[in-house]
Every structure is written in C-alpha cells, then in structure tokens.
Design a binder for this molecule. Structure first.
Ligand code: SAH
Length: 218
C-alpha cells in the first residue's frame, strides 16, 4: 500500500518538476530539492491529492502553502551554495523549510501561529528532516540571537521592508520580501553590499499578510 502511494505521488512529482522546468526554473539543485521533499506530507489530507499541482493550497488558520513555482522562484534567486545560514519568516506548512535543508547548511524558521508551527514540526519529522530550527513568534523582528543570515525569505506580504531583517543580513546576504498592500505586492530583493543596502523590485506576487510589529496589523 505505502509503496503504491509512493509510486502514485512519484509520477505526479516528476510531472511537477517538468512543469517547473517548463516555467523557466533551470537550477538543478532547486529541482532536485523538489524531487527530494514529498509535498503531500505538508498539506492537509483533504487536499493531498492536489499536492503536486502548481497551485497554492489551504493549510488551515486562513493560511496557504505557496505555489511550488513561487517557492522555486525564491530559491533560484538565492543561488545557495549549501554553506549558508538561512532565516525563513512564515513557516506555514514547513515545506519551504524542508526544501531549504537541501540547499543551505542551517535553516531557522519563525511562525506566528503556534498550531501551524506544531503541524510543520510533525510534517518535517514524518519526512525524517530534523535540521530546521523553529520558533514561534513575530518574524518581522527577525531572530537577532542567531544573526547574521546569508539569506532571509519572507513568505508573507509586508507593507514595508522590515528594518530588523535588513539589520540581520550578513555582508553579501539577501532578503526576499513581497512588499505592497494586502491585495498585491512586488517581490523585493535587498542585498547588503560593502556600500550599504541595494534594493531591486522583481516579479508581481500575491501573498497572505505578514502580521506583526513591522508588518500589517492583525
Ligand atoms: N512558505 C510557507 C508558506 C507560508 S504562508 C510554506 O511553505 O508553507 C505565510 C505564513 O506566514 C503563514 O503561516 C502565517 O501565519 C505566517 N506569518 C504571518 N505573519 C508572520 C510573522 N510576523 N511572523 C511569522 N510568521 C508569520
């Protein structure tokens, strides 16, 4: 039975990876991470049959697991070498954190909703992934005790670039954050260079709101 389920999802996972390639994701390490991490373990059982569609899915508490091509875009932009310390804001399902363990050396992740953080912990454990260091709290404040980070990914929409996060970037480090209003945002990349912070506006995006001191009000 378990082998049959794995085969069934195995084919779907292959097709998703082909779809990501067709949509312009060419980074082999990123595609391999999608091959390594079973997304069906990170979504509620009621939508598990849709786990390998390139679509966001509900994960409860009004939140969603992002679309695979959006996760792939974030991860491709970072060009991780495997040696980085990475901070994720918005653990959500835990799926992107799981992908990050395949691409970086230390993964820290903050979620504000305790029940989601706990469900993510269980999904990660079910996949045998024990490298994600999780915390419940307001991720807009970052994680100063663990800084600096080579990369910080924000998986929720912010009205502004959260200043504590730029302060916790290592030299050469990158912050990816969707910035805009609740109905639409642009992905912004901030890089800490020897001359200061460099900002770039990239693709249009649509995320659930980042709620916190440097985000939206609840
Ligand atoms: N990348 C995630 C999807 C995240 S959805 C995944 O792979 O599933 C965005 C998440 O950000 C939600 O779970 C939401 O609760 C969380 N969030 C919103 N504001 C936050 C904040 N200030 N700190 C930490 N998490 C926050």
């Amino acid at each position: 039975m378990a082998a049959a389920v794995a085969r069934q999802f195995g084919g779907a996972r292959r097709r998703l990876i082909e779809e990501l390639e067709a949509k312009g994701i060419g980074d082999i390490a990123v595609l391999k991470a999608f091959d390594d991490v079973p997304r069906h373990h990170f979504v509620p059982s009621g939508v598990a049959h849709r786990a390998y569609e390139d679509a966001p899915l509900p994960i409860g508490h009004g939140q969603t697991i992002s679309q695979p091509s959006v996760h792939a875009r974030f991860l491709s932009l970072l060009r991780l070498s495997g040696r980085e310390r990475v901070l994720e804001i918005g653990t959500g399902s835990g799926f992107q954190a799981a992908l990050l363990t395949r691409l970086a050396s230390a993964v820290f992740s903050i979620e504000r909703i305790p029940a989601l953080a706990e469900a993510a912990r269980e999904s990660l454990r079910a996949c045998g992934i024990d490298q994600v260091i999780q915390r419940v709290g307001d991720g807009t404040m970052g994680w100063p005790e663990m800084a600096p980070f080579d990369a910080i990914l924000v998986g929720a929409a912010s009205p502004e670039i959260p200043v504590p996060l730029t302060e916790q970037l290592a030299l050469g480090g990158q912050l990816l954050v969707p910035v805009g209003d609740r109905s639409g945002q642009a992905l912004v990349r901030v890089i800490r260079t020897p001359d200061g912070l460099r900002e770039e506006r990239l693709d249009p995006m649509r995320f659930v709101p980042l709620i916190g001191a440097h985000g939206f009000e609840a």
